[in-house]
Design a protein around this ligand. Structure first.
Ligand SMILES: C[S@@+](CC[C@H](N)C(=O)[O-])C[C@H]1O[C@@H](n2cnc3c(N)ncnc32)[C@H](O)[C@@H]1O
Length: 404
C-alpha cells in the first residue's frame, strides 16, 4: 500500500458513499476527507483490481466549503464522512449524489435540492450505538475496520443521550438512547447486564441499563404517541419522524374511505397517520417483517379499528390472498436494499399514488426504473439531510400512473 503514499491528486466529483473520485496514473481512487476541486496529498488505504481507496492527508488547495472538523476524532472514527465540510456544502454534495443516481439508474432529471433539517450538524443522534471491544470497552469503529476508537462522547449524539461508561461492558454493543418523551437509557445486546452496570439505574443521568428487547420507549410525533420496543426501527434524527410523516401525507393525498398500505411499516408510524386520514370508512394495512416492530405496530394501531398490522415479508404478503387486492395509496419505506421484489405486486394493486421513502438513493433509483417500466412515473421527489456529517440521505418520491 505504501508505495503510492504521498501522491498528489486533483479531486473530482463526489461519489455515493462519502468519498470523491480522483485518478492516479489512470486508476480510479476513491478519496475520503476531500472535496471536489481540491488538490490533496493522499495515503492509500486499500487496493483492489478495479480501484484504490485513499484518505486525504494534506490539503494543498482547499475548496471553499472546507471547514475545520468540529470533532477531534474526525478522520479516525468511521462514524462521519463530512466533518470537513460546512453544512450547506454537505447538502450540496448530497444533492449531487441523489441527482447522479437518479440520472444514471432511473433516467430521471431531478432538479430539487437536499433540504436542511434542524439540527443540521451536531447533536442529532437520539440513538447512538457504541461498539464493545474484547476487553469490554465501548467506543466507535474506525472506517471499514474492526478497530474501536476511544470516543467517549460523540458530538453527533443528542445532548440528552446518557453518557456511556467506558469499560465493563459485555456483548458487542451498547446503545445510548433518548426518546422524544425524555426517557434516557443504555441498551446492551449482552444476554445479561454486566455486574456493576446494573447499579447505574438513576446514575450517570440515565434511567438505567436495559437488555435489548426488554425496553419500551414512547416516541411522540405530531402529538401522537408510539410504543417502540427493544431495538425496533425508529428514525434517529429528532425531527425525522415528523418531517417524513408530513412529506408522506403530502405525497399520498389520502382521502376519506381510501384503502392504504404502509409497507415495511415498522411500528406503524405512517399507518397511524394514514388511518386518521382515511377514517373509519377506509382501510389501512401495515406490513412489517420484524417480530418486535410488528408487535408494536399492533399496539400502536389498536385504537384504529379500520387499521390492521400484518407480520410478513412484504414480497410474500402482497402475493397472498389475505390482503386487499387493490389500493388507493401505497406507502413503502424499505431497508437500504430497496424493494425490488415488491415492485410488481405494488403496481398490481393499481394505486393512485405510491410514496416511496428511501434511505439509499441508489436502490431508490433502481426501483424507480422498475416502477417506470410498469407505468408509474415520479411526480415529486424531495430529499432531506436527516443524517448530518454522514453520506446518508433520505428521499421521499411520489409516483402516479403515467398519463397515456
Ligand atoms: C426503514 S424501516 C421503516 C420503518 C417505518 N416506516 C418507520 O419510519 O418507522 C424498514 C422496516 O422494514 C422492515 N423490513 C425489512 N425487510 C422487510 C421485508 N422484506 N418485509 C417486511 N418488512 C421488512 C424492517 O424490520 C424495518 O422495520
Amino acid at each position: 500500500v505504501a508505495e503510492s503514499d504521498g501522491a498528489v491528486v486533483d479531486v473530482g466529483p463526489i461519489a455515493h458513499g462519502g468519498h470523491c473520485v480522483a485518478r492516479l496514473d489512470g486508476r480510479v481512487v476513491f478519496v475520503r476527507h476531500a472535496l471536489p476541486g481540491e488538490r490533496v496529498r493522499i495515503a492509500v488505504t486499500e487496493k483492489t483490481a478495479r480501484f484504490w481507496r485513499a484518505d486525504a492527508v494534506e490539503v494543498i488547495e482547499a475548496a471553499p466549503e472546507r471547514v475545520t472538523p468540529p470533532c477531534r476524532h474526525a478522520g479516525r472514527c468511521g462514524g462521519c464522512d463530512f466533518q470537513h465540510v460546512s453544512p450547506p456544502g454537505q447538502r450540496a454534495l448530497l444533492t449531487e449524489v441523489v441527482r447522479e443516481q437518479l440520472r444514471r439508474l432511473a433516467g430521471f432529471d431531478w432538479r430539487g435540492e437536499v433540504e436542511a433539517v434542524d439540527p443540521d450538524a451536531l447533536g442529532w443522534r437520539t440513538r447512538i450505538r457504541y461498539s464493545v471491544d474484547e476487553r469490554g470497552r465501548a467506543g466507535l469503529r474506525a472506517h471499514r475496520s474492526h478497530h474501536i476508537v476511544d470516543v467517549r462522547r460523540c458530538p453527533l449524539a443528542h445532548p440528552d443521550t446518557p453518557p456511556v461508561p467506558r469499560a465493563g461492558w459485555e456483548g458487542d454493543s451498547v446503545e445510548a438512547i433518548v426518546s422524544s418523551t425524555g426517557q434516557r437509557i443504555l441498551v446492551t445486546d449482552a444476554p445479561r447486564i454486566p455486574d456493576g452496570l446494573g447499579l447505574l439505574d438513576g446514575v450517570a443521568g440515565a434511567d438505567g441499563v436495559r437488555r435489548s428487547g426488554s425496553v419500551e420507549l414512547t416516541e411522540r410525533v405530531r402529538g401522537r404517541d408510539f410504543t417502540v420496543t427493544g431495538s425496533g426501527f425508529w428514525q434517529v434524527h429528532p425531527a425525522a419522524a415528523g418531517t417524513l410523516v408530513d412529506a408522506v401525507l403530502d405525497g399520498a393525498q389520502a382521502t376519506t374511505g381510501d384503502v392504504a398500505f404502509d409497507l415495511y411499516g415498522g411500528v406503524g408510524l405512517f399507518a397511524a397517520f394514514l388511518a386518521e386520514q382515511v377514517g373509519p370508512s377506509g382501510r389501512v394495512v401495515s406490513v412489517e417483517g420484524g417480530r418486535s416492530a410488528h408487535g408494536d405496530a399492533k399496539t400502536n394501531l389498536s385504537r384504529y379499528p379500520h387499521a390492521r398490522a400484518v407480520r410478513a415479508p412484504v414480497e410474500k404478503a402482497l402475493i397472498g390472498s389475505r390482503l386487499p387486492d387493490r389500493a388507493d395509496v401505497v406507502v413503502l419505506d424499505p431497508p437500504r436494499s430497496g424493494a425490488k421484489a415488491a415492485v410488481r405486486s405494488i403496481c398490481a394493486l393499481e394505486p393512485r399514488r405510491i410514496v416511496y421513502v428511501a434511505c439509499d438513493p441508489a436502490a431508490l433509483a433502481r426501483d424507480l426504473g422498475s416502477f417506470a417500466a410498469r407505468g408509474y412515473s415520479v411526480v415529486d421527489l424531495r430529499a432531506f439531510a436527516l443524517f448530518p456529517m454522514t453520506h446518508h440521505v433520505e428521499c421521499v418520491a411520489v409516483l402516479a400512473p403515467a398519463s397515456p
